[in-house]
Design a binder for this molecule. Structure first.
Ligand code: PMP
Length: 427
């Protein structure tokens, strides 16, 4: 105990989630490792989802940030700055959206807020389709489209939200169906919903649900949805806050697993692009981006220091083919985790795409979620020198693994071994 925990309680609301019985105070990081205030070193299998996309203390990012900080920190969208324009151009080109425009925010929540503002204004409707079990952020409007009710801090809402089946493949009413029949059932459900609803603005979905437990529909679901949405003029927002930048290995964006549908109308991003610096944003076709009625401004969106970090991080990610690394090392890690989990009756499923891997735990001999086991494995892994995350549905029983994308084979093997021991000791 360092005393920081008690001080933290003085400034944090009770609803702010915190990992571990004895919460962790991180002091520094390097590569795929972080250290705590007691000098303990941890292999970080969760930093990639939090904010560290490529590596902790990546020298290229540190240099870009300190050089820019030495020149100019002053921030406002009232003025232009070169790193912002350059990063926007690169993201627009990568997004796959034709005639794309980028607006920078400082978080994923704010990015989704901006996307909802655009979609509702463009369609003159406050009706939104969202996926069951989804998570989209912390603001009033983001909470009101979040299907995972254990993260919906209020049931009041500025939007009318209709929840759609399909985000979760292996649980729920359609779980037993083949992929093809699963997609048909979800499309029929969507059609049924729209048969009784007029003028919906948009469907928002995470291609792989993050907080919901790293769970994805079969490839092609959103292409099938897209056909229905197009018939009704409904926009498609892809929340790529967790799935963007190559994390899923096979694709740069999560929506590309549904490629027949073409790009979404709106894409949101955040988290890792700044490698720890607060960058979020929304990408949309020009006609959608430009549909608002009056002036707006963002003081910190597009700040030159965060943009310099984003540019350096994105360059590193592309030049070192970290998407390819996510595919290769992630594939191996899933195999190893399946092997170490095989002997544990608590492991229901090990699933993954690239370096976005979930291990779903159940009470042995049942199909019932086991949040206590997940919490115990988190503690045991920490004791073994490994940080992981958890998530999944209303009962947090999925271990979440999302290391920085530069993870090496040796680190993947080491982490799998520690996790195997933690699983056997705690679940
Ligand atoms: N969308 C998704 C898919 C997320 O996972 C998160 C964060 N967990 C958010 C939005 C919100 O991002 P932020 O915490 O940066 O506001």
């Amino acid at each position: 105990m360092t005393g920081l925990y008690e001080r933290h309680l003085a400034v944090s609301p009770e609803w702010l989630a915190l990992y571990y019985r004895n919460p962790l105070e991180l002091t520094h990081g390097e590569g795929r490792h972080v250290w705590d205030a007691d000098g303990n070193r941890y292999l970080d299998f969760f930093g990639g989802i939090l904010t560290t996309m490529t590596a902790h203390a990546l020298p290229e990012v540190t240099k870009a940030v300190s050089e820019q900080a030495g020149r100019l920190i002053h921030s406002s969208t009232l003025y232009l700055n070169r790193p912002m324009v350059e990063l926007a151009e690169r993201i627009a080109a990568l997004s796959g959206i034709p005639d794309a425009r980028v607006f920078f925010t400082t978080s994923g929540t704010e990015a989704n807020d901006a996307a909802l503002l655009l979609a509702t204004a463009h369609r003159a409707s406050n009706q939104i389709l969202a996926m069951r079990n989804s998570y989209h952020g912390r603001s009033f409007s983001a909470v009101s489209i979040t299907g995972n009710r254990s993260w919906s801090t209020t049931s009041l809402s500025p939007l009318q939200t209709l929840y759609v089946h399909g985000g979760v493949r292996t649980r729920g009413p359609y779980a037993e169906l083949s992929d093809e029949r699963f997609i048909r059932a979800c499309v029929a459900d969507l059609e049924d919903l729209l048969g009784h609803t007029r003028g919906v603005a948009a469907l928002i979905a995470e291609p792989v649900q993050g907080v919901g437990g790293f769970t994805a529909p079969p490839d092609g679901l959103y292409a099938a949805f897209r056909e229905v949405l197009d018939r009704h003029g409904i926009l498609w927002i892809s929340d790529e806050v967790q799935t963007g930048w190559g994390r899923t290995g096979d694709h740069f964006w999560g929506w590309q697993a549904h490629a027949a549908s073409g790009p979404p109308d709106i894409l949101t991003f955040a988290k890792g692009i700044g490698n720890g610096m607060s960058i979020g944003g929304v990408v949309a076709r020009a006609d959608v981006m430009n549909c608002l009625d009056a002036n707006s401004i963002s003081t910190f969106g597009g700040s030159p220091v965060t943009m310099a970090a984003g540019l350096a991080n994105l360059s590193y990610l592309l030049e070192h083919d970290l998407q390819g690394n996510a595919r290769r090392v992630g594939g191996l890690l899933v195999e190893r985790l399946r092997a170490v989990g095989a002997g544990s009756p608590a492991v229901r499923e090990v699933r993954g795409r690239g370096l976005m891997i979930g291990i779903e735990l159940v009470k042995p001999g049942t199909d019932e979620a086991d949040p206590e086991a997940a919490a115990a494995v988190l503690e045991a892994a920490r004791a073994g020198g490994l940080l992981i995350g958890k998530g999944g549905g209303h009962n947090t029983s999925v271990l979440r693994i999302a290391p920085p994308l530069s993870l090496t084979v040796a680190e993947a093997e080491e982490g799998a071994e520690i996790l195997g021991e933690a699983l056997h000791a705690a679940a």
